[in-house]
Ligand binder design. Structure first.
Ligand SMILES: *Cc1c(COP(=O)(O)O)cnc(C)c1O
Length: 386
């Protein structure tokens, strides 16, 4: 049933109609069963085998499909499993044009794994340069892979304009929407063909679930991805599906507090003499602030700064923090801080990081939903030590 729900706060609670029709349980059951009884020989029910379909996972998939304005969603064991499934659609030797700034793990998937296993060749292009993107598309280009905001540079790219360029050349347009969440932007409505999520971040929101998602509006593309998912098997477990559904209920509420904290911290950081640059899409000083205002409903919940200091200063600063947790993760209720060059993006060569715009003095903050004053006080005493 598709209720005409307008507001994201309401959608987060009711999208996908996840009340259990059998019992009326407000939260769907966790169905661990790996297989399903057939009523008689040759009589197939809705479910046959849990790799292919599972009621708990299906409830989550209905919910996210609705949040993204799509018709079908597929849940995977992680964001990377979801991304890998998209690339499995491509014939060997295909060409991909990808956003120059991107999550380190995606870069590794394209440039190391798929390059060898599928002879996939990827050109990493600055997607704020539209003519450069169009020029990079070749006859064998099959996918345009975008990320906005980009992890960790927070560059914003014009999804609508880029989707139009992709479609002009018959290229599948994929958007990694992890940093915006479906409440921040809905790429399918801007023309993208596939939305990918790492649900491990804000969707789950509690640093206790790994998960990935693909969402599409085209039924045939949805079926192709479903076949890949079933054949390769990287699906999300029923328990994780439940945790994600539970997390999404409070997504709108959490994002509001994340964003309030981000604004307070970003403005405070801008005043600090040891901070060379503060990047947050909500700040007027962000190079694509106007585009962010047009394209996004929330500015996301990551702040990236460039420190005026050495790696030793980064270490001193990090070790002095009491509230911020030093961690690889993002998107939890607890505030986290990371150093991309030695953490999330350390599988890259220094020249690859330089190419992606990740200098050694870059710090990434993922403010949680604590009180902003406590977060500022924590940073203040840490900055006093460098
Ligand atoms: C974390 C992340 C991923 C990978 O997701 P996992 O769930 O960790 O596999 C992909 N893209 C972006 C932007 C991310 O932040």
């Amino acid at each position: 049933m598709n209720k005409p729900l307008k507001h994201p706060e309401t959608q987060c609670i009711h999208a996908g109609d996840t009340v259990d029709p059998l019992t009326g349980a407000v939260m769907p059951a966790i169905y661990p069963s790996s297989t399903y009884k057939q009523e008689a020989f040759g009589v197939w029910g809705d479910y046959a085998y849990s790799r292919n379909g599972n009621p708990t996972r299906a409830a989550l998939e209905r919910c996210v499909a609705e949040l993204e304005g799509g018709t079908k969603a597929l849940a995977f064991a992680s964001g990377m499993a979801a991304s890998s499934a998209v690339l499995e659609l491509l014939p060997a030797g295909s060409h991909v044009v990808a956003s120059r700034g991107m999550y380190g793990g995606s870069f590794r998937l394209f440039n190391r794994v798929k390059r060898h296993s599928q002879a996939l060749l990827t050109d990493f292009v600055d997607c704020s340069d539209l003519p450069a993107v169009e020029a990079a598309i070749k006859p064998e280009t099959k996918v345009l892979w975008l990320e906005s905001p980009v992890n960790p540079t927070l560059q914003i790219v014009d999804i609508e304009a880029l989707a139009a360029i992709g479609h002009k050349h018959d290229v599948l347009v994929v958007v990694d929407n992890t940093f915006a969440t479906p409440l921040g932007q809905q790429p399918l409505l801007l023309g993208a063909d596939i939305v990918m999520h790492s649900c491990t971040k804000w969707m789950g929101g509690h640093s206790d679930t790994l998960g990935g998602m693909l969402v599409v509006k085209d039924a045939e593309l949805g079926n192709e991805l479903q076949s890949v998912s079933n054949a390769t098997g990287g699906v999300l477990s029923p328990f994780e599906s439940y945790l994600l559904l539970r997390g999404i209920k409070t997504l709108a509420l959490r994002l509001k507090q994340h964003e309030t904290n981000c604004f307070a911290l970003a403005r405070w950081l801008e005043q600090q003499p040891r901070v060379k640059q503060v990047r947050y899409p909500g700040l007027e000083s962000h190079p694509q602030h106007e585009l962010a205002k047009r394209q996004m409903k929330h500015f996301g919940a990551v702040i990236t700064i460039l420190l005026d200091g050495t790696e030793d200063d980064v270490a001193t600063l990090f070790n002095a923090l009491n509230v911020f947790i030093i961690a690889e993760g993002l998107g939890g209720v607890e505030s986290m801080i990371g150093h991309p060059p030695t953490m999330s993006h350390n599988s890259m060569l220094p020249e690859e990081r330089e190419f992606l715009g990740i200098p050694d003095n870059m710090i990434r903050l993922s403010p949680g939903i604590e009180n902003a004053a406590d977060l500022i006080a924590d940073l203040e005493q840490a900055f006093a030590r460098i």
